[in-house]
Structure formats: structure tokens, C-alpha cells
Design a protein around this ligand. Structure first.
Ligand code: C2E
Ligand code: CA
Ligand code: CA
Length: 631
């Protein structure tokens, strides 16, 4: 409109200029040019007509322009209104949320979709800032970068997580544009966004389908490989071992052939479910295809552990499967490959497990084989041990040995530690290191530890009646048992049955057992302490004790691990560690006991450091009760 006004003004100015010019020129020129007054009158007439014509023309033109301006202006306003209406309709009916803010970030407009997506009403957000919707999922750097791009390019698009009024956090795909006026001045920001939680959900579903076997719902080969790679990287960093077990059902094809694929599928599904129960959590189980399953056990550094897991699976799958109308028996063959001893990559590990599986099948199926042959024999021996150990307990093949503990200052024997051995009919005397781990895995340890404790208490009572005086008899309690709440009643029962003064019984718990679950440990130790028994922390220095926690434990003694005693008095590190442990124990009012003393200098050094008591080959090896030497 302003353009047309300017035109009209311009036209009027031109008309005025011509009029002035005419007035100025008329007087002088006309008088000079025409001598004859008749000519002058004629000229004035002619000019009068010309002037009137020009005026009429100018008026016509200006009026025409004015009319045009009015007419066209009206049409323009109509179109603009139309366009605005359409924009508003689009703005309101679009699926995308739209938010308009002024240049200071104050919200001035939102559309209907915005309200639907965010759950906020207009009046709840107008005058507010978009930071109201922050989810807390993005850090400061994210927003800083967003504004930097917006400032540089006047536009930013990306995924952003915001929060609905309900509190729910959801993903948006958002585009923010800076709006500038004719002179380039920033006036507004417009943010257009869509709720992509549905897309994300579909993406997740898709990812799930890509990575899982639809029949058993277990991870498929793709995901298994992925997890295996990750596990190996982590294992390498933590210097840990992993085991890969590759399983194949024996004679599955004949089930498929004779009973049909439906039954075959049902069996595979049932096998998958049972396997999940057998391998437990913390292990990746996958169906690689057909009747082939795989297990990746992280934190499995010992052959025996992998073999025990395999045997457990083999035994577990021997139980019949009750399908709709069939009772099916199946068995499985397993190939085992270990990281890092057999292979360093997931791919190689899988290949080695495959050739081990081949060996297992050749060996007559329903068994396992390790990639390294010598290991197979060794592992089998270990697993056999589990079965034999049960028998050993029943047939009383276990023996208790006692190792003397001496007071460092007086040199007198003041106590003994009870150490178990297994008198194996073929293998001879088996040290605890070879069967305690098996017993721990199979749960037999509870029976063994209680049995040993009963023997020790009975023996102590016997010595006392013989007039042989000792301050204490110590027994070891496995961390497995320690986590159980039945330790307290068991100890109480043994003390009751044997009649031993509780003050004479010392229970040793390893530092790592205490630290595994410090809260349970604290509770257990307090309960045991209520019985009046003594408590000691075994192998101290090998775990990662929190000193604060240590202070809260109702423990009377720390046993310095023999690993630190071995280097005394030459090794500077050992000297430093032992000094610190002794200082620590003294500051907490605990007794200090060194184990593994093999030389006189070690005993002397420890005495100098004010260590209370010691144990080791220098004083005497573990022996049966009747061989213990009494001074
Ligand atoms: P531990 O409790 O640290 O026992 C000390 C081990 O060090 C014993 O080994 C002992 O024979 C050995 N030892 C003692 N003096 C010396 C020495 O001067 N030099 C050297 N090199 N070694 C020495 P052992 O009898 O083979 O027992 C090994 C581990 O088995 C024990 O370590 C303990 O953790 C476990 N253990 C033994 N008996 C039982 C039991 O009844 N129950 C449980 N849960 N664990 C037991
Ligand atoms: Ca011990
Ligand atoms: Ca120890």
C-alpha cells in the first residue's frame, strides 16, 4: 500500500512542478514571443487547451492508478488473508508439533499437535521458555553445540529427548529455524518437531528381530558373535579367561525325520528353555542355527569350571522332554574352547570349539571335549572328582590335619589351624586346593566345612581332657557358606553337640569372602560373634578391603597372607606391606598372625614388627592330631 501512496504523491509533485514552471515562463516568454496580441490570445487559448488536456491526462492517470491501487489492494488483502488462513490451518492440523518463540526464547505460539505431543495446554507454555521441556538426557555441551549451529546457519536439526507434562521422556526429531526480517534482524525462532518414539520402538523391535532367533527367542549367531567380541575385549583388559561351549543335539535329524518338523521345533524350543535354566545368568546363550546352541561363559578362567558347566548341561538335557504328545529323550555333545589359551578372537574361538565338538561326537556323543586334548583328560578328572567327593564324605575318606600356631615372643604353641585332606583310595592324599574348588561349585562345601568343624571341636575337647592346653582351634569357612544364613545355627549346633567352650573356636573367613558382600558379612560376623567364638580374617592383603568397613567388623585377628611373608625380610615391597598391615591391625586393636613362616629370619623380623603369632613349616607342617608335637 505504501508504494501506491508514494506513486500518488510523486504524480502530484510532478503536476505541481509543471504548474509552477508554466506560471514562471508564461509572463516573460509570452510577452517576448508574440508581438501581435491576437497571436498571443490564440496561443494562450491553444496552451490553455493543452494544459487542460495535460491536467486531464494526469488526473486520469493518477485516478486510474488510484483505482487500480484500491482494487488491486483489495484483491491482495483477500489473497493474504487466504494465505494466512491456509497457513494457520496447516499449522494447526499438521502432525508435527510447532513452537514459535521470540528472539529471546520466550514462547509466543504453539500448535495443536504440540499440545497433543507434550500434554501441555497453550496457556501453560506461552510466556515460558523451551527449557521447560528439558529431559536431562543431554549435557550442557549438547545445547551449546545446538545454539552454535543455529547461530551460524540459522537452522538446526537433530534428535533430542524432551519430557512430556506427564514426566515421560521421549525422543523428538526437531528442526529449529531462525526467522529474520527484511533488514536481516532476528525476530523469532520456529521449532518443528515430531515424536519419534514410535519409530524408535519399531527400530528396537527390528533390531531385536535381527538379533534373535524367532523360535527360541534366544540371541542368534549375529548377536552371539557381537557379544563374544565384546566379552573378549573386556576379558583381555581385565586379564580374565572366557570359555566358549558349542553344543549340538545328538541325532536331532532323526527326530525331525520321524516325528516331523513341528515336533522338532517344539523340542528345540524346550531345549532352549531348559538350557537357560541350566546355564544361569551372566552367561550368553544363543541358538546359532539348526540344532546348534552356544554358550559364552565370561569370567571362566579354569578348565575345570568350563568342564563342570558342560557336564551340567549334558546331565540336564538327559532328563526327558514332555512335548504335546511325545516324551522325548535327547542328548547333547559339547565342544569347548578357551580364551586366551586356545584362541584370541571370537571367530577363532568358535572354530576351535567346532573342532572340539567334532571330537566329542567321535568319542561317542553325549559328552564334551576340549580343544586342547590333554586338557580334556584333566577336566574330566576334575568333574569325576565331584561325584567321588560325595562318596568320600559318606565313606569318611576326608581327614583333618592340624598345623601349629606359635606365639612369636615366647615361642610356645598356642593354637592349631585345621586343614582338610582327602585320603583318596587311588590317588593317595589329595590336597584341599584340588577338591575345595570343586566342592564349592557343587555345594558340597557346606557339608565338608561342618564336618571339619565338628572334628576340630571334638579334637579340642579331647586335648583339653588330656590336659593339653591350647588357646584356640581354628577352622576355615568357605565364602560360599559365609553367604548362607545357616552358618550360625550350624556352628551353634556343633558347639552344643561337642560341648566346646566357644571362646576356644576360631573361624577363619577370607578377606575376599568378606568383601564380596560386606553388608551380609557384617551381619553374619555379628551373629557368629554372639556365640562367643573368635573371628579371624584369612589371607589378609590379597583382597581389596575397605579400611572403613574393616573397622566395623567384629573381628579379633588378621592373618597376613603367606605371599607377603615369603619375601621377608629382603623384599622391600613385602616389608612395607607387612609393616602397614601390622600397624593397621594394632590401631584397630586386632591380633596379628603371620602364615607361611619358613625361616627363622622371617619369624625374627615379624617379632620385631610386633606381630603376635605365626604359623608355617618353620614351626611345623600340618599333621594328623596324634603326630602333633607338644612341648
Ligand atoms: P589357608 O587357610 O591359607 O591355609 C594355609 C595353607 O598354607 C595350607 O595349605 C598350609 O598347608 C599351607 N602352609 C602352611 N605353612 C606353610 C609354609 O610355611 N609354607 C607354605 N608354602 N605353605 C604353608 P593347604 O592345607 O593345602 O590348604 C590350602 C587351602 O585350602 C587353605 O588355605 C584353605 O583356604 C583351604 N582349606 C583347607 N582346609 C579347608 C577346610 O576345611 N574348609 C575350607 N573351606 N577350606 C579349607
Ligand atoms: Ca586358613
Ligand atoms: Ca591363609
Amino acid at each position: 500500500m505504501s508504494v501506491s501512496v508514494r506513486d500518488a504523491l510523486r504524480m502530484a509533485a510532478l503536476y505541481l512542478m509543471l504548474a509552477v514552471l508554466w506560471l514562471v515562463l508564461s509572463d516573460q516568454l509570452l510577452n517576448n514571443l508574440f508581438d501581435d496580441p491576437a497571436d498571443l490570445v490564440r496561443w494562450q487559448w491553444a496552451n490553455g487547451f493543452a494544459w487542460a488536456g495535460l491536467s486531464a491526462l494526469l488526473i486520469f492517470v493518477s485516478r486510474f492508478r488510484l483505482l487500480k491501487f484500491i482494487g488491486v489492494g483489495a484483491r491482495l488483502r483477500r489473497e493474504d488473508r487466504e494465505r494466512l488462513r491456509m497457513a494457520a490451518a496447516v499449522f494447526d492440523s499438521t502432525q508435527e508439533g510447532v513452537l514459535v518463540s521470540d528472539r529471546d526464547g520466550i514462547i509466543v505460539h504453539v500448535n495443536r499437535a504440540f499440545m497433543q505431543i507434550t500434554g501441555y495446554q497453550k496457556d501453560e507454555v506461552l510466556g515460558q521458555r523451551p527449557s521447560k521441556f528439558k529431559s536431562g538426557r543431554h549435557d550442557l555441551a549438547f545445547y551449546q553445540q545446538m545454539f552454535a549451529i543455529l547461530a551460524e546457519k540459522d537452522e538446526w536439526s537433530g534428535e533430542i529427548w524432551n519430557r512430556r507434562k506427564s514426566g515421560e521422556v521421549y525422543p523428538q526429531w526437531q528442526t529449529i529455524c531462525a526467522i529474520r526480517d527484511d533488514s536481516g534482524e532476528l525476530t523469532h525462532y520456529v521449532a518443528v518437531f515430531s515424536d519419534i518414539s514410535a519409530i524408535k520402538h519399531t527400530e528396537r523391535e527390528l533390531a531385536y528381530l535381527v538379533h534373535h532367533d524367532p523360535l527360541t527367542d534366544l540371541p542368534n549367531r549375529l548377536l552371539f558373535n557381537d557379544r563374544a567380541e565384546q566379552a573378549l575385549t573386556a576379558a583381555q583388559a581385565n586379564k580374565r579367561g572366557c570359555a566358549l561351549l558349542l553344543m549340538d543335539l545328538d541325532h536331532f535329524q532323526s527326530i525331525n525325520d520321524s516325528l516331523g518338523h513341528n515336533t522338532g521345533d517344539q523340542l528345540l524350543k524346550a531345549v532352549g528353555e531348559r538350557l537357560e535354566g541350566l546355564v544361569g545368568s551372566g552367561v550368553t546363550l544363543a541358538r546359532l542355527g539348526g540344532d546348534e546352541f552356544a554358550v559364552l561363559a565370561e569370567n571362566c578362567s579354569q578348565v575345570g569350571q568350563a568342564a563342570a558347566l558342560a557336564q551340567n548341561i549334558i546331565d540336564g538335557l538327559k532328563e526327558p522332554f514332555q512335548l504335546d504328545c511325545h516324551r522325548l529323550f535327547t542328548s547333547v555333545s559339547i565342544g569347548i574352547s578357551l580364551f586366551p589359551s586356545d584362541a584370541l578372537s571370537a571367530e577363532q574361538l568358535l572354530r576351535n570349539a567346532d573342532s572340539a565338538l567334532f571330537k566329542a561326537k567321535q568319542n561317542g556323543r553325549a559328552g564334551y571335549a576340549l580343544y586342547t586334548e590333554e586338557l580334556t583328560a584333566h577336566a574330566q578328572q576334575r568333574v569325576e572328582t565331584a561325584g567321588e567327593l560325595r562318596r568320600a564324605l559318606q565313606q569318611e575318606e576326608l581327614r583333618v590335619y592340624y598345623q601349629p600356631v606359635h606365639d612369636l615372643l615366647s615361642g610356645k604353641m598356642i593354637g592349631v589351624e585345621t586343614l582338610v585332606r582327602w585320603q583318596h583310595p587311588q590317588r593317595g592324599l589329595v590336597p584341599p586346593g584340588e577338591f575345595i574348588p570343586v566342592a564349592e561349585r557343587t555345594g558340597l562345601i557346606a557339608d565338608i566345612d561342618t564336618w571339619v568343624m565338628r572334628q576340630a571341636c571334638q579334637q579340642m575337647v579331647e586335648w583339653q581332657t588330656q590336659g593339653k592346653r591350647l588357646d584356640f582351634v581354628a577352622v576355615n569357612v568357605s565364602s560360599r557358606l559365609f553367604a548362607h544364613r545357616d552358618l550360625y545355627p550350624q556352628v551353634a549346633q556343633v558347639l552344643h553337640d561337642t560341648g566346646l567352650d566357644p571362646a576356644c573356636l576360631e573361624v577363619e573367613v577370607t578377606e575376599s569372602a568378606v568383601m564380596e558382600d560386606p553388608e551380609i558379612a557384617l551381619e553374619q560376623l555379628h551373629r557368629l560373634r554372639e556365640l562367643g567364638i573368635r573371628l579371624a580374617i584369612d589371607d589378609f592383603g590379597t583382597g581389596y578391603s575397605s579400611l572403613l568397613r574393616l573397622k566395623r567388623l567384629p573381628v579379633q585377628k588378621l592373618k597376613i597372607d603367606q605371599g607377603f611373608v615369603a619375601g621377608l625380610p629382603g623384599d622391600e615391597d613385602d616389608v612395607a606391606i607387612v609393616r602397614v598391615i601390622i600397624a593397621l591391625a594394632r590401631s584397630m586393636g586386632m591380633q596379628i598372625h603371620a602364615e607361611g613362616i619358613e625361616q627363622a629370619e622371617q619369624a625374627r623380623f615379624l617379632l620385631e614388627q610386633q606381630c603376635d603369632m605365626g604359623q608355617g613349616y618353620w614351626y611345623g607342617r600340618p599333621v594328623p592330631a596324634q603326630q602333633l608335637r607338644w612341648a
